[in-house]
Design a protein around this ligand. Structure first.
Ligand code: ATP
Ligand code: MG
Length: 564
């Protein structure tokens, strides 16, 4: 992995090492704001920062970027820590909080005022907006900009002491109101917010902005390469300006394209909206692209890390096909998950020529990809469940599964032939299927060499374990939600069929003692994971992903087409 991992960021770092820019050191950080749960986009950033540190024998810090008290909480801090750990990363003793630097940040702000590089501005938001100018017009300087240093110091101190209401004053950098980059037209460094902070309580009522705090936090921690997403590119001149004016250690900000994934949204604000307005069942709803949602669904950290590696790092915005994420999971589980038989929509089959009380224990393979995973015994008896959709009374063309008069194979067992269909006399609904079995076909092969066209999975009725199974589809019906029309609500595209709950599922008996988080392949159906709310009395499984390898098919098609 160390050798293969290279991209435009490692090229920059290689050069920095060659020129001894930071004494050969590499030190990155992952800086989430604890105002929500992490999502798969954050996973990419986590993977990138930790993998870079690992590649260069450097360090990566975990830093809570908690400078806006209004939406931050301890709950989110805990969840972030759990998620980064679960992904497999270790920051050792370097867990930091921007809020731990408040005193120092305040002193740096005072230093800027003393240098004549920051001023307290009392303009209303409307005035600020008016004076800012536009892309084609320079901004105008306000009267506050000419305030004496001593008066600025006094006002800033009084802001800190809580003398003024929210919004009365802000501290602004004195840069250039005619700067071509609008963000450089005297950006706000501090604002008054009389809101309790989840860590500092009511000690502070002024809070630094991202632009002021982030670069200083990086500097204090000795970060070398401050990696962030593209939207911060336009903020980089402020990052550099603040550190240069303060004349303190100066890391380098590098931007990369954020992950966009099809059929979902990756924005904490939008995800929060889904949770708070009840469109999903919490942050860890298995349909959510959050790390905790993916974990509950049954994703493995390996699959997520492998996905991050495969999509790579660039500076060009793009939409990643969610099927690539699914494919990474299949790759992992295909090798590692135990295969078992489960029937999701049961249809009863009675084998009329099989003795009433007989039970046979048939040998089943645990994972054909890995012989060391061994075999197990599955009970077979006169009454079985098969999948309702594996039987058709009037089979359409190309339907090769069970139908009246037709013979199929039961996996690991026998050939059976449908001899009669029993229906409910009132409703006409099929209630059970009567079949005969051929005792000569034990193990699934006929000594006379005759063939069948289908192999079905099944579960013995008296041995079956009951379970609830939850099937998930994409949360949204629209592929690309990153470029909605102005004013268009992303929630208009919620998929009404994203969750289907099946309550009458039947599992082979070995599954009666599973624990939450265990993953299986249900033969012919997909990969499933025991839900965290599952108990011995009530088993609940989440479908992680179907077996159908649509991505692989698409890939081969693309490859074939490109060879033409
Ligand atoms: P959101 O936009 O979802 O609210 P955020 O950027 O506000 O996310 P932060 O907690 O500030 O959330 O993000 C922490 C780090 O994760 C930042 O460095 C940010 O650049 C990075 N990050 C956020 N979203 C993505 C994404 N989709 N792809 C890659 N990195 C991301
Ligand atoms: Mg952000």
């Amino acid at each position: 992995m160390k050798e293969e991992f290279s991209n435009f960021i490692t090229e920059i770092i290689d050069k920095d090492i060659a020129t001894n820019k930071y004494g050969g050191r590499v030190h990155t950080r992952f800086p989430p704001e604890p105002n929500g749960y992490l999502h798969i986009g954050h996973a990419k950033s986590i993977w990138l920062n930790f993998t870079i540190a690992h590649k260069y024998n450097g360090l990566c810090n975990l830093r809570m970027d908690d400078t806006d008290p209004s939406k931050e909480s301890e709950e989110f801090v805990k969840a972030i820590i759990e998620d980064v750990r679960w992904l497999g990363y270790d920051w050792q003793d370097r867990l930091y909080f921007a809020s731990d630097y408040y005193e120092q940040l305040y002193e740096y702000a005072v230093k800027l005022i003393q240098k004549g590089k920051a001023y307290v501005c009392g303009c209303s938001p409307e005035q600020v907006k008016e004076l800012r100018g536009t892309l084609t017009e320079p901004g105008k300087e306000c009267v506050c900009r000419r305030r004496e240093i001593s008066e600025n110091l006094d006002l800033f101190h009084r802001m800190k002491e809580g003398e003024f209401e929210d919004g009365k004053y802000v501290l602004r950098a004195k840069i250039d109101m005619a700067h071509p980059n609008l963000l450089m037209r005297d950006p706000v460094l501090y604002r008054i917010k009389k809101v309790s902070h989840y860590r500092t309580g009511d000690k502070w009522c002024i809070y630094p902005t991202y632009d002021f705090a982030h670069c200083i936090c990086d500097s204090i921690e000795g970060i070398t390469h401050s990696i962030c997403t593209l939207e911060f590119e336009v903020h980089r001149p402020i990052y550099d300006w603040v550190l240069d004016e303060l004349e303190i250690y100066h890391p380098q900000q590098i931007e990369f394209a954020p992950l966009n994934l099809s059929y979902t949204v990756l924005s904490k604000r939008k995800l929060r909206e889904l949770v708070e307005q009840g469109y999903v069942n919490g942050w860890d709803d298995p349909r959510m692209p959050t790390i905790c949602g993916l974990r509950r669904r049954g994703y493995t950290p390996e699959a997520i890390r492998n996905f991050c590696f495969k999509i790579g790092v660039s500076r060009i915005n793009s939409l990643v096909d969610i099927r690539l994420l699914e494919e990474c999971l299949r790759e992992d589980l295909n090798k590692n998950a135990l295969r078992v038989m489960a029937v999701l929509r049961p249809l009863k089959v009675v084998i009329v020529n099989y003795p009433e009380d007989k039970v046979e224990y048939l040998e089943a393979v645990n994972n054909p990809e890995d012989p060391t995973m061994g075999t197990r015994k599955v009970p077979f008896s006169r009454e079985l469940y098969i999948e309702r959709e594996d039987f058709e009374e009037i089979p359409p063309p190309k339907f090769y599964r069970l139908a009246p008069g037709r013979e199929v194979r039961l996996r690991y067992a026998y050939f059976i032939k449908c001899v009669e269909v029993k229906k409910n006399p009132q409703t006409g609904e099929i209630e059970e299927i009567l079949c005969t079995y051929d005792p000569q076909t034990k193990g699934g092969y006929a000594p006379d060499g005759r063939k069948v066209k289908a192999t079905l999975h099944w579960v013995s009725v008296p041995h079956a374990v009951n379970a609830e199974v939850r099937l998930y589809d994409y949360l949204f019906t629209k592929e690309d939600l990153s470029n909605l029309e102005e004013g268009e609500d992303f929630k208009n595209y919620l998929n009404p069929h994203s969750l289907i709950v099946l309550k009458e599922c039947k599992l082979e008996p070995g599954l009666n003692s599973v624990s939450p988080g265990e993953r299986f392949q249900f033969e012919r159906l997909g990969y499933f994971c025991v839900d965290k709310d599952s108990s011995a009395g009530k088993l609940i499984f989440n479908r992680i992903v179907t077996l159908k390898d649509s991505w692989a098919k698409i890939k081969t098609r693309i490859e074939k087409e490109s060879q033409k």
